[in-house]
Design a protein around this ligand. Structure first.
Ligand SMILES: Nc1ncnc2c1ncn2[C@@H]1O[C@H](COP(=O)(O)OP(=O)(O)OP(=O)(O)O)[C@@H](O)[C@H]1O
Ligand SMILES: [Mg+2]
Length: 233
């Protein structure tokens, strides 16, 4: 590895390391605020939102750290719908703009999968952001839907959108690192690559769903799936 490569390889661990300190500072500051203001702030919906976002930030750092570490990662059973709800909450500001064109409702029968919930959250968030970008680009009526589908070996989070779709000639490039069709400053082209790498680490996958797939939504112009093993292998 030359010096430039080595610098690059240290970038992600370095970033995680550096971010942990301000994050601890934010958490400490929040505890102090709560201590000073008590129930006047603790019950506020906006305050709870900030708390949950800080918690998500911690989870993201954790999932990146697990991605960078060698060896077999720790896995556990988790409820997939809870991960979807967290992703929706995390993107609430953007999803609100879609109004009724966005749907992530699920029934009371939940599905349990095996892996690392923060890696699944990371993957769902990235795929969902892409779907929202695509729908917004396509105009006023484009829909986005997230649903959880259960199979015998995998649980899938399917994200469908009514954007312009992915041109056939670009499909094989989607997961390449730094492949982006977004304007400079808007996309890094790392979203799908990192999401897939993270999911693979836990025996899962991220795929573009084929047009002929029987479970694909009929109106979807693009559908991605985040696959999570249903149980340990
Ligand atoms: N739902 C979608 N509809 C149409 N094209 C998509 C969709 N999802 C991904 N793509 C295409 O795949 C490319 C790569 O996606 P990826 O998430 O890896 O990077 P990005 O969204 O461009 O940037 P980043 O995620 O790093 O901000 C996108 O630039 C876009 O061309
Ligand atoms: Mg993206």
């Amino acid at each position: 590895m030359n010096d430039a490569d080595e610098d690059l390889a240290l970038l992600a661990p370095g970033l995680i390391h550096e971010l942990r300190h301000p994050l601890l500072g934010i958490k400490g500051g929040m505890e102090l605020v709560e201590w000073k203001l008590g129930s006047a702030i603790a019950g506020l919906e906006e305050w709870k939102l900030i708390q949950r976002q800080v918690q998500r930030m911690e989870e993201f750092l954790h999932s990146y750290q697990a991605l960078l570490s060698s060896g077999k990662p720790a896995s556990s059973f988790f409820v997939v719908e809870e991960v979807v709800d967290q992703a929706v909450e995390l993107l609430a500001f953007r999803l609100k703009r879609l109004g009724k064109r966005f749907d992530a409702s699920h029934g009371s029968m939940t599905k349990v999968a095996w892996g690392e919930p923060s890696a699944a959250l990371h993957a769902v968030v990235n795929v969902l952001v892409n779907a929202v970008d695509a729908a917004e680009e396509a105009g006023e009526s484009a829909r986005v839907q997230v649903r959880v589908v259960g199979g015998p070996t995998n649980i899938e989070v399917r994200v469908s959108d009514e954007g312009r779709g992915v041109p056939r000639e670009l499909r094989r490039r989607l997961f390449e690192p730094r492949f982006t069709t977004k304007e400079p400053g808007k996309g890094t082209g790392l979203g799908l690559h990192i999401a897939r790498t993270m999911m693979r680490k836990y025996g899962g996958a991220v795929r573009l769903v084929d047009e002929g797939d029987p479970a694909r939504l009929s109106w979807a112009k693009t559908e991605f799936t985040v696959e999570i093993p249903a149980r340990p292998d």
